[in-house]
Design a protein around this ligand. Sequence first.
Ligand SMILES: [Zn+2]
Length: 304
Amino acid sequence: MKKCVLCDSDKKIFLLKGKDIYMKVDNKFYDLYQCLECKLTTLNPLPNHSELSKYYPSNYKIFLQDKNENNNDYFTKFKIHIIKFFKLNHLQNTLDALITQKFNYLDYGCGNGKNIFQLQARYKNWIFFGYDKFNSKNLNYKKDRIIFIDDLNKFEKIEDNFFDIINLSSVIEHVHNPIKLILQLKKKLHKNGLMIIKTPNFNSFSRKIFGRYWHNLDIPRHLHIFSDKNLEKLLIENNFKKKKIIYSRNSGVEIKSLYNLFKVKKNNSIHKYLVNLFNPLTFLLSIFKLSSTITIIVRNNEKI
Ligand SMILES: [Zn+2]
């Protein structure tokens, strides 16, 4: 096994053995190791790019982004009101403070573009750019203030310091060299711009409870699993300034981990109710910084 991609250390401990229990592409087992220096968790062996492509069947991203979300039930409406009333959507609060700016926003790994479509409706002065390596051929159309970049060469030609906000949601855990990607994107980010990174949290309560059944392990698609601590440290070492870490309150990961544990299939009609039922528990976990998913917002700290 190679040295740690973050800190170059070769000191590590074996954590567990697991296979693809989410998409069930095959029955191959992989090991997870944790670096004893920086605590980054890494899959072993690391599948190469051609091996990895089979683990991304066309329905994978759709699984991640429920297209047909229905928010009409009583509990969901109530939840939306509470979040709005108490201003609990911390990411939205951060973005709202910038609503009047003329910003270039990049969603790197934009999937089917759902996040961009929602933001475009709210932030009327911003221009939105989307890129997704696995979905580029489906995104070759234009919409008002939305530009999908359908090829990596075109993306690389974009000038440095161009974007004011770069969003990386569920991306860094999927790439072979997350630090290399972050630094490449940092060059495209304005010297005072924001980077928003959402990723699983190895220090979560549910990871400790569910072990190899924890949904956010997503073997073998998640090559590296960070924690709130080592991700923050990595970003600060690379001249970002921490603005906020948001601990997810949604219990989706916990519920899917229960499905994995009891080997039951997701039933769409009851899934939403189970998520609502468990949300008070994951709300508590977020207060204790033990959520399954974290979003870190950092500011590029380069001199202008
Ligand atoms: Zn390390």
